[in-house]
Design a protein around this ligand. Structure first.
Ligand SMILES: Nc1nc2c(ncn2[C@@H]2O[C@H](COP(=O)(O)OP(=O)(O)O)[C@@H](O)[C@H]2O)c(=O)[nH]1
Ligand SMILES: [Mg+2]
Length: 311
């Protein structure tokens, strides 16, 4: 697996092509895992909860893969997941596979490679895939588009105001869990949970057959983990029963293809020598308002299309 991942993630074309060949051979063996995304603000306890859940699943005889999609800070270029936690207890099990986020590149590129590694894990017989991502920016949308079940972790909030969660993220959630419901925070966490439950009832569910839940958890004390796993299993049964799981995955595959096409077109455009020659001029014209952005975009695309036709 390590060697296949190296090929898949390689920046060298001849290696990457071999990685793709391996993936194509493995396609018939993929798709059998329960795919779970876990998001939430930094420090909410995503890694701790994933480890607790993972250990719990190992006890039940599951094989668990843990992957990460780290969007990297656009300002510092540094990792946002900042995973010092290596999930040591999980990592020692032969039935667990832990892979940190592939480094570098756009969120799209990182997510793309994670998705391929997920397929590889499925082919290798891991039947639960847990994907950690941080709840800021676009990455939660990206991860929700590659999983069956999307879990959003939240902190117990002091005030009566729902903290930090955007409506858009709430709409993606199949389950919310207020983590750190332990010690002094237990009562606050319970209040926070019922506020979120109220908020959830105002939101259109992700699928008709499932109503998102708001749960309490303490990843540290390993409480509430069973209820989360129970929700994941019930969600799966409900979606399998009415065909929504297949519908969701079909749509995800189609969207994935188009995002690769978009990415490929963009790369081809930037690699085009005629375009490259003109790009600086067009940019300067737009910045100095000699041309409108729309006219400049049209101009660049015309150059690109002219090149394509000339081939
Ligand atoms: N009290 C309490 N602390 C927790 C809990 N879960 C995680 N933590 C602590 O919160 C910190 C951040 O946890 P981590 O899992 O790395 O958060 P992540 O950034 O969301 O992955 C660590 O010091 C954890 O020990 C919990 O349920 N209760
Ligand atoms: Mg983490």
């Amino acid at each position: 697996m390590a060697r296949a991942i190296t090929l898949i993630e390689s920046a060298r074309p001849e290696q990457a092509i071999r990685g793709q060949e391996i993936l194509e051979l493995l396609v018939p063996y993929t798709g059998n895992a329960i795919r779970v995304g876990v998001t939430g603000p930094p420090g909410v306890g995503k890694s701790t909860l994933i480890e607790a859940l993972g250990l719990r699943l190992l006890e039940d005889g599951h094989r668990v893969a843990v992957l990460a999609v780290d969007p990297s800070s656009p300002v510092t270029g540094g990792s946002i997941l900042g995973d010092k936690t290596r999930m040591e207890r999980l990592a020692v099990s032969p039935n667990a596979f832990i892979r940190p986020s592939p480094s570098g590149g756009s969120l799209g590129g990182v997510a793309h490679r994670t998705r391929e590694v997920m397929l590889l894990c499925e082919a290798a017989g891991y039947d639960v895939v847990l994907i950690e991502t941080v709840g800021i920016g676009q990455s939660e949308v990206t991860v929700s588009s590659m999983v069956d079940f999307f879990l959003v972790l939240l902190l117990p909030a002091g005030g009566d105001q729902l903290q930090g969660i955007k409506r858009g993220v709430m709409e993606l959630a199949d389950c919310l869990a207020v983590n750190k419901a332990d010690g002094d925070m237990e009562a606050v966490a319970a209040r926070t949970r019922s506020e979120y439950e109220g908020a959830l009832s105002l939101i259109r569910p992700t699928t008709p057959s499932w109503r998102p839940r708001a749960l309490l958890a303490s990843a540290l004390e390993e409480s509430g983990i069973d209820a989360i796993w129970q929700a994941i299993r019930e969600h799966r049964s409900a979606l399998e029963a009415d065909g929504q799981l297949e519908t969701r995955r079909r749509a995800q595959n189609r969207d994935w293809m188009w995002s690769l096409v978009d990415q490929g077109l963009r790369e081809a455009l930037h690699a085009d020598p005629k375009v490259a020659q003109q790009v600086a001029i067009f940019e300067e014209d737009v910045q100095s308002q000699k041309r409108t952005p729309a006219a400049a975009a049209r101009g660049l695309l015309d150059i690109f299309r002219g090149e394509e036709r000339g081939r």
